[in-house]
Design a protein around this ligand. Structure first.
Ligand SMILES: Cc1cc2nc3c(=O)[nH]c(=O)nc-3n(C[C@H](O)[C@H](O)[C@H](O)COP(=O)(O)OP(=O)(O)OC[C@H]3O[C@@H](n4cnc5c(N)ncnc54)[C@H](O)[C@@H]3O)c2cc1C
Ligand code: FES
Length: 479
């Protein structure tokens, strides 16, 4: 299947989103056929909107690969763009006239292949990796202290996961209370643009920390070597996968991937949906799917109780969506893409109970089964890591000032543990102040501000819903 004639998955009416951001029409080519996207869309989003959902083939069995994470964290969207192999098209913008080709596995790249035309050597006080709420807040806070900052993000847009959040935030004006996530992303990004001491590099991946505090960055046509006095790692998290037959069919997607399509790009990820996982992300995405016009057939939860907050569960229950607790997905079935799913009841040991299977027709199976901190950069940098299931997996040991065991390398946001956007912003600010203090000494204002933020964070985490984080942090915060 290449283009699907007459398919238009774009949403044109929505109770919250107005899609005014859709820019001019852009013509590009997929496997030689003309496709129309809009300025501001990723290549992947534009393809999916047009019904083109097979983006690559697995190397051994030729299994089709399509959208899963939509934020550059898996590998299912690797394509060749204008001859450039292994481009993650979910974080690459559509551009006029580009030629996109499917890949079969990872192509062999000749050792003589020129990856970048230029190399630039940079020096900076603070390098921030990741332009989500943690990284943006870190950059803004640090910039108040007369230091130079480089902020890199591999996506073509700043904002991280805030861009897909349509709910209003709680709390005071300082915490952006009353604003929706995507509005906060816009506000922070606008503010970043005004600061003269912040240099922003988008579509640029930080790939490693080397001897002498040199960091390697790569964009599609340029390499950077950056010498930074301090580094703040705010690389976020990636979605968890689940093992069951058919889990690689097109239409089996991360819940966050579906949120990106629907809330960030205004594209309906599917019409009849089964959601696996009743944590907050599963409940929120179910409600957002209803808002976007999809039919959520059910939510499947392996635990004997709903995982997310009562307020979110009540919302989806009001719309009559069944939540099957003590159930799991047994198999996804379909020829080229998912057509139905078999769910089954489980016993106390989470084993399927034969004879309890239910078959549900659907075109989208969403996995909302948790997040894992993206610690790849931290691990490569040599930071000491510790497993902590309450925090989402392996995380870096850090001081209360968020410095890891590698001096001058700080961590903030989901990369430090799975939590939420408000705490990510506060952590970003704390890490920034710690970096400033490390570079400039204990400036009174910075020390005072940092203590206030730490106190605030401690109070904020007293909320019963953050109990697990609170407990987990006791295991990884070092002297
Ligand atoms: C898939 C997903 C769905 C979520 N849904 C919700 C929700 O519905 N409601 C809710 O309240 N919270 C949600 N959250 C949680 C909340 O959004 C996060 O807690 C918050 O965004 C964390 O902020 P952050 O800045 O740490 O990370 P992120 O917002 O994830 O930002 C990380 C940034 O780092 C960039 N990056 C990563 N690696 C590199 C690299 N090597 N080089 C350069 N750039 C890099 C990424 O492109 C990204 O922009 C979700 C989180 C995820 C991951
Ligand atoms: S990396 Fe693009 S869909 Fe996951």
């Amino acid at each position: 299947m290449i283009a699907v004639p007459g398919v238009d998955r774009r949403i044109y009416q929505h109770p919250i989103l107005d899609f005014k951001w859709r820019g001019r029409k852009i013509k590009f080519y997929f496997e030689g056929k003309e496709v129309i996207g809009y300025e501001g869309e990723s290549i992947a989003a534009a393809l999916y909107a047009n019904g083109i959902e097979i983006w690559s083939l697995s190397k051994k069995y030729n299994r089709p690969r399509g959208p899963f994470c939509m934020i550059g964290k898996c590998s299912s969207c690797f394509c060749t763009v204008d001859g450039r192999p292994n481009v993650r098209i979910c974080i690459e913008p559509v551009k006029e006239g580009i030629h996109v080709q499917r890949q079969k596995g990872l192509p062999d790249i000749p050792t003589t292949w020129k990856t970048a035309e230029e190399e630039e050597i940079l020096e900076t006080d603070i390098l921030i990796i990741g332009g989500g709420p943690a990284g943006l807040s870190a950059a803004l806070k640090a910039s108040e202290y007369d230091v130079n900052i480089i902020l890199v993000d591999e996506h073509f847009k700043l904002g991280g996961q805030l861009k897909k959040q349509t709910h209003k935030f709680f709390g005071s004006k300082e915490l952006f209370g009353g604003l929706r996530g995507f509005q906060i992303a816009e506000k922070l990004t606008e503010e970043i643009k005004k600061r003269k001491n912040i240099r922003v590099l988008t579509q640029t991946t930080a790939y490693g920390l080397f001897r002498g505090n040199w960091v390697g960055l790569a964009s599609y046509n340029k390499l950077y070597r950056v010498k930074a006095k301090c580094i703040i790692v705010a690389t976020g998290a990636h979605e968890n996968y689940l093992a069951f037959p058919g889990n690689d069919l097109i239409g089996v997607m991360g819940a966050g991937g579906a949120q990106t399509l629907m809330n960030e790009y205004g594209i309906l990820p599917g019409k009849n949906v089964v959601v696996v996982g009743s944590g907050n992300v599963g409940l929120i995405v179910s409600y957002q799917l209803l808002q976007a016009g999809a039919n959520v057939k059910c939510i499947v939860e392996i635990l004997p109780h709903i995982g997310g907050w009562f307020v979110h569960a009540a919302k989806v229950r009001r719309y009559g969506i069944p939540i099957y607790v003590k159930h799991t997905v047994k198999e996804a079935i379909g020829k080229e893409r998912v057509e139905k799913v078999i769910i089954t009841q489980v016993d106390e040991k989470f084993q399927p109970i034969p004879g309890t299977e239910k078959e549900i027709e659907c075109d989208l199976l969403l996995l909302a089964v948790g997040l894992t901190p993206d610690i790849r950069f931290l691990a490569q940098a040599g930071c000491k890591m510790k497993w902590n299931s309450a925090l989402g997996g392996f995380v870096a040991l850090r001081t209360r000032y968020l410095e890891t065991t590698v001096p001058g390398v700080f961590v903030a946001g989901d990369a430090s543990k799975i939590e939420e956007a408000t705490t990510a912003m506060i952590e970003g600010q704390i890490a920034a102040l710690s970096a400033v203090i490390k570079i400039k000494g204990p400036i009174e204002k910075a020390v005072k501000e940092r203590e206030e933020l730490l106190k605030f964070l401690e109070e904020y985490r007293k909320s019963p819903v953050l109990r697990r984080t609170r407990e987990g942090l006791k295991e990884v915060v070092i002297e």
